[in-house]
Write a protein that binds this ligand. Structure first.
Ligand SMILES: [Zn+2]
Length: 506
């Protein structure tokens, strides 16, 4: 491999894909020299521009340079990602240039520009993300979407060891702080030289929008506050979400509840998630309609969804927000012990997962009612995935799952492959009936599947059986999260809650 050719190629890539100017050619060349600690020039020829123009991601121009750096001892193999990000950061336009371009483009072109920049700079790790497993599971209500997340690399033992001895830095305060931009990263904290976000004003307040490097769905973006301050939910939350869909009409925007179990993984920094992908919940039908004498400008529906979804629709965003705030406040104090809903013990348990979306000129807000109470029988949460489903998903059911898109842990990929081996009648090295075994947590599932089907199954049959099983579990988990279940008792209790707020059925 000729390193000088590799450097020429990556600069050509930047000129084609990252808006680099040819006047900066030598500037970039020396920037890569600096990174590699190179002090001698060498021979190279003109890059194959057509081949480089056809690239979707920078891997084939960046990886040879990273490999060279590792071979030469410039960087340790374990720091491969940090080095690659530093390399690509050289070519990623400055934040001010990105914002200037973003601001002068029409909305959909602007988001496309920022998104493409994320992929071409390798900030969005598309190559890893493409390794994720994805399938849909049809249900009577709509198709659920299921992914097994294989794009977050598993930490190797050397990294775990380094983490143990790494000094606590406290900077940036969290992964959502604006100080992450151009941060070099460290053990256990990603490099962010390729991160770019743009400032946006939501409801008169300063926020920023960036894409998610993990991309759980199409154009998955994060909207975060200027200050590192904890998640809250109040009228302003609804105002900001609706305002976001006013600015970006083709995007949805939702917020996690700000309490554990039903909330997201980061509660320390105010943020929302959005993107250009409609979720399963958006394809649901209205089960019934309600009206309220004081909010006649807003249509109110109970959606036919697994967990409890009140959908508000109005052409008037202010009136929509008024009603969302009214329902949120009512729900926070509402208890109905007949269905196990208790608003408050020593903590507040009732919460809402709101999602905003535009349909034509209308604004909609889906309010998913949540509760995070635990008891002796369900120490992980009464309205959380029940223990019999923890082999598939034990983590909190946040915004994305509550909308019907399941992000399942990467470990499942290997485990489900072993389950498939059993179904295909193959010899399996691990015995799922033994307690110290990686498959033991799936014992009930394997027993059930083995008894349900005549063995051996073909590869396709085994694959479908396992995917359907996981899909059914995801559906059941959503049922678990429903505060008002789909049965008669749940429907009556929901009506009672609506009546308590002054709604009547249309
Ligand atoms: Zn922060």
């Amino acid at each position: 491999m000729n390193i000088y050719q590799a450097i020429e190629d990556i600069i050509t890539y930047a000129e084609i894909h990252l808006y680099a100017d040819y006047l900066d050619h030598e500037y970039f060349r020396n920037a890569v020299f600096n990174l590699l600690n190179l002090h001698v020039d060498g021979e190279y020829s003109h890059s194959d521009e057509d081949a480089i123009a056809s690239l979707d991601v920078p891997d084939s121009v960046a990886n040879p340079i990273v490999d060279y750096a590792i071979e030469q001892g410039v960087v340790e193999d374990i720091d491969r990602e940090l080095f690659k990000t530093a390399l690509m950061g050289i070519f990623t336009p400055r934040p001010s240039e990105i914002t200037a371009t973003f601001d002068c483009l029409p909305t959909e072109e602007a988001t496309r520009y920022l998104y493409d920049m994320g992929i071409k700079s390798d900030y969005i790790k598309l190559t890893s993300i493409k390794k994720n497993k994805y399938w849909v599971y049809p249900t009577s209500k709509c198709d659920l979407e299921i992914t097994i997340n294989l794009s977050k690399p598993e930490k190797d033992n050397r990294e775990i060891a380094r983490l143990r001895t790494a000094p606590q830095s406290g900077y940036p305060k969290c992964m959502l702080c604006k100080e992450n931009i151009n941060y070099q990263g460290r053990v256990g904290f990603p490099a962010r030289q390729t991160l770019r976000y743009v400032p946006i004003t939501l409801n008169g307040e300063n926020f920023y929008m960036q894409y998610s490097p993990y991309l759980y769905f199409d154009e998955h973006c994060i909207i975060f506050s200027e200050e590192h301050s904890p998640m809250t939910m109040n009228r302003a939350t609804f105002e900001r979400l609706v305002d976001f869909t006013r600015i970006f009409p083709s995007y949805i925007a939702g917020s996690n509840a700000c309490i554990p179990i039903v909330g997201g993984s980061i509660l320390s920094h105010e943020h929302y998630q959005g993107g250009g992908h409609l979720m399963p919940v958006h394809y649901t039908q209205a089960e019934c309609e309600y009206s309220h004498p004081l909010y006649s400008d807003v249509k109110v529906y109970k959606q036919d969804w697994f967990n409890t979804d009140i959908r508000l629709v109005s052409d008037d965003p202010a009136k929509l927000v008024d009603l969302a705030e009214y329902i949120f406040n009512a729900w926070q104090g509402y208890s109905d012990e007949s269905v196990g809903v208790i608003a408050k013990t020593s903590d507040i348990h009732n919460a809402i997962t709101p999602i905003a979306r535009r349909i034509g000129d209308s604004y909609t807000l889906d309010l998913l009612l949540r509760n995070n109470r635990t008891d002796e029988r369900y120490p992980d949460g009464i309205f959380h995935a029940h223990p019999e489903y923890h082999n598939i998903k034990k983590e909190g059911i946040g915004l994305i799952e509550a909308m019907g898109l399941f992000i399942l842990p990467g470990r499942l990929d290997k485990e489900l492959a072993l389950v498939k081996q059993y179904l295909k009648g193959e010899r399996v090295d691990v015995d799922y009936t033994l307690e110290d075994n990686v498959l033991y947590k799936h014992k009930d599932m394997v027993d059930e599947l083995l008894s349900r089907y005549p063995l051996p199954l073909s590869e396709e049959e085994a694959d479908k059986v396992v995917k359907d099983y996981v899909g059914e579990v995801c559906k059941n988990i959503l049922d678990n999260t429903a505060v008002f279940k789909g049965d008669e008792a749940g429907k009556i209790a929901f009506d009672k809650f609506m009546s308590s707020m002054g709604f009547s059925k249309v």
